[in-house]
Design a binder for this molecule. Structure first.
Ligand SMILES: O=C(CO)COP(=O)(O)O
Length: 261
């Protein structure tokens, strides 16, 4: 029986400015109850420019909602114009940082070596990586989704010791299901999430593998979250579009339409 606490995280991508972020987090704070936080961990992942505002709100009102960034630099400081370091995120008390999202792999040509360097940078600053992996449509059509995704896991975790790996969050996000309304079938999600846990067991042993939270991401909504969460190796969701609607995100946090509190 798993003791993993599900992580429901909203990846806002490049949406909501810092004023909108404040209004959005206020709505979430108003709706979420202690009962919700007992059942799951809730996080928002806003753009960098929102983080200070979100921190101020969370600190000021002692909110239980956690937050993090959508990326970080592999470097800690220096002449890297436009980059944001892990130490800057830690200073803002970020708990999480998304690494290797498919949109960064695709549009910013991030490869496994860079993703690995970013995972190491996150650990240097005690940030929990939300490592994104997953195959594109061509790979899926060829039936190579497991091998492709596990190769991304291997690449990202190169030289990462077990005591660090046990804290990671891995998000399986099949690229063809992101923002398309196309949800992976439950079998698809479980197949790859189960394979990821299997690979973690090979790399670090079963005890570590059993601790790691594996999220599903890709067109998650209140109407499909319950079935997704019922899969044995799925420990939460990384939600894009649906996380921009506070009411809808709260329903997702509650595994669907039924109210918890
Ligand atoms: O990429 C995603 C989360 O990181 C998923 O996005 P959607 O939920 O909009 O499909």
């Amino acid at each position: 029986m798993s003791t993993r606490t599900p992580l429901m995280a909203g990846n806002w991508k490049m949406n909501l400015n810092h004023l909108e972020a404040i209004a959005h987090v206020q709505k979430l704070a108003f709706a979420l109850t202690d009962k919700d936080y007992e059942a799951v961990e809730v996080a928002v992942l806003p753009p960098f420019t929102d983080l200070r505002s979100v921190q101020t709100l969370v600190d000021g009102d002692k909110l239980k909602i956690k937050y993090g960034a959508q990326d970080l630099s592999a470097h800690d400081a220096g002449a890297y114009t436009g980059e944001i370091s892990g130490s800057m995120l830690a200073k803002l008390k970020c708990a999480f940082v998304v690494i290797g999202h498919s949109e960064r792999r695709q549009y910013h040509r991030e490869d496994d070596a860079l993703v690995n360097a970013k995972v190491k940078a996150a650990y240097r600053h005690e940030l929990t990586p939300i490592l994104c992996v997953g195959e594109g449509l061509e790979v899926r059509k060829a039936g190579n989704q497991v091998a492709h995704t596990l190769a991304q896991v291997d690449g990202a975790l190169k030289d990462i010791p077990a005591d660090q790996a046990r804290g990671i969050v891995i998000a399986y996000e099949p690229v063809w299901a992101i923002g398309t309304g196309e949800v992976a079938t439950l079998e698809d999600a479980q197949e790859v999430c189960g394979a990821i846990r299997g690979r973690l067991a090979e790399l670090y042993g079963q005890e570590v593998a059993d601790e790691v939270r594996i999220q599903y991401g890709g067109s998650v909504k209140s109407g499909n979250i319950a079935a997704i969460m019922a899969q044995p190796d799925v420990d939460g969701a990384l939600v894009g579009g649906a996380s921009l609607d506070a009411e809808e995100f709260v329903k997702i946090v509650r595994f669907g339409d039924q109210a918890v509190g």
